[in-house]
Each structure stands twice: as structure tokens, then as C-alpha cells.
Ligand binder design. Structure first.
Ligand code: COA
Length: 184
């Protein structure tokens, strides 16, 4: 199953090509991306990272997708995890720097969220990011996420927790679609 919206297409991890796994590995090793994401850079060899991620993808509470651009190039991952009842947590890494700040992140999230609030029947999606990740905060707000809590953690970084409820997402979608129509 793949999900398309605008320039972006989401594919399950099983559909990733060998050259896509090279990029996944680079993105997971990248110290800047790791910092933005709040994880240490991944040190696993490519074959093992691939095995771990593919095995994780089979968990019933996890739904990761590769993100592809309009040239069918792999640019990152977007996922739902901790899927339980009608709730889940969203994570996203657009790993290709050439694609930062060009709206691919929000497009990928909107594609996933349409699926989440539609076919999957979710009512609430949450996420965690950092107060210093301004690009992420702006991108999350664009798709309708609102801040629930902001708190300095023990490492001195500001944790930001955000929520998106189904109704707020549908409202944000209506606004984005109306803005796109008025541009054409
Ligand atoms: C965070 C991320 C998903 C955002 O996706 P994106 O496609 O880059 O987001 P957008 O292009 O919509 O940019 C969002 C907004 O950030 C702002 N922005 C862009 N570059 C910025 C910068 N360097 N600093 C601060 N704000 C910036 C802009 O206002 C932009 O909105 P605009 O298009 O209305 O001008 C993506 O950049 C990414 O994956 N980055 C690396 C990993 C990461 O941070 N993941 C999130 C961890 S929680």
C-alpha cells in the first residue's frame, strides 16, 4: 500500500530499494539529525539497521513509511508509533538537507495523518520535539498540531509536547485547501 499527496508518496519499509537503505543509514548516522531528534547517532552497520527497522515495522503498534519526492527519490521517513486504541505518536525525519524548508515534511505528515484519521480511525496524534527545533515546530503547527506542554529537561533542553485531534486536523486541511485554491 502506498499513500500519495501532492509531490510526496509514502511507501512501507518493505518497498524500500537497496539505494534507499543507503540513505536511511546515512540519515540515522547524521549527528545533526540525531541531535534534532534527541537520539544518539546510530552506529549499527547498514545490514543490521535494515534488519532492526524491518523487524520493528512488523510490530502491530508501529507504522513506518519511506517518504519519496516527485522524482521518486527517497528523502526520509515518517511514522506512527505507540498506536493503541484511537491514539498514536508521530515521528518524522526528512533526512535529505536539500529538501529541508521546502514543505516536504508537512506534505508527508498530511498524507500520513489523512490515513490515520481516515482509514485507521484515530482521534488523537501526539508528538515530542524540542524548543530549539524551530523548523519542526513551524512544520507541526502548519498541519494543525498545538502545544500541550513546554518544559526544560535535565539536560537543559526544552521539551515540547504537541497534540493533534481529528477535528483540528480536518479544520487545518480545509484551511490549507482553501489557501491552495485561492492561489490557482
Ligand atoms: C522538521 C521537518 C520534518 C520539517 O519539514 P520541512 O519540510 O523542512 O518543513 P517546512 O519546509 O514546512 O518548513 C517549516 C517552516 O519552518 C520555517 N523554517 C524553515 N527553515 C528554517 C530554519 N532554518 N530555522 C527556523 N525556521 C525555519 C519556515 O517558516 C517554514 O515555514 P514556511 O514554509 O511557511 O516558510 C524537516 O525539516 C526534518 O525532518 N528535519 C530534520 C529532522 C527533524 O528535525 N525532525 C523532527 C524531529 S521532532
Amino acid at each position: 500500500m502506498s499513500i500519495a499527496l501532492g509531490r510526496v508518496r509514502l511507501r512501507p519499509l518493505d518497498a524500500l530499494r537497496p539505494e534507499d537503505w543507503v540513505r536511511v543509514h546515512q540519515h540515522f548516522q547524521d549527528p545533526e539529525i540525531a541531535h534534532l531528534n534527541g537520539t544518539p547517532p546510530n552506529r549499527l552497520p547498514r545490514w543490521l539497521l535494515r534488519r532492526v527497522l524491518k523487524s520493528d515495522a512488523r510490530r502491530p503498534d508501529r507504522m513506518p513509511f519511506g517518504v519519496y519526492d516527485e522524482h521518486d527519490d527517497y528523502i526520509g521517513t515518517v511514522e506512527l508509533y505507540d498506536v493503541a486504541s484511537d491514539e498514536a505518536t508521530l515521528g518524522i525525519i526528512i533526512g535529505e538537507r536539500s529538501h529541508w524548508g521546502r514543505g516536504y515534511g508537512p506534505e508527508a505528515m498530511r498524507a500520513l495523518l489523512r490515513h490515520a484519521f481516515g482509514a485507521l480511525g484515530l482521534n488523537h496524534v501526539r508528538l515530542h520535539t524540542y524548543g530549539d527545533n524551530e523548523r519542526a515546530l513551524a512544520a507541526f503547527q502548519k498541519v494543525g498540531f498545538a502545544e500541550r506542554e513546554r518544559k526544560r529537561n535535565r539536560e537543559g533542553r526544552v521539551d515540547v509536547h504537541m497534540d493533534l485531534w481529528r477535528d483540528a486536523f480536518l479544520e487545518a486541511e480545509r484551511r490549507l485547501e482553501a489557501a491552495a485554491e485561492s492561489e490557482t
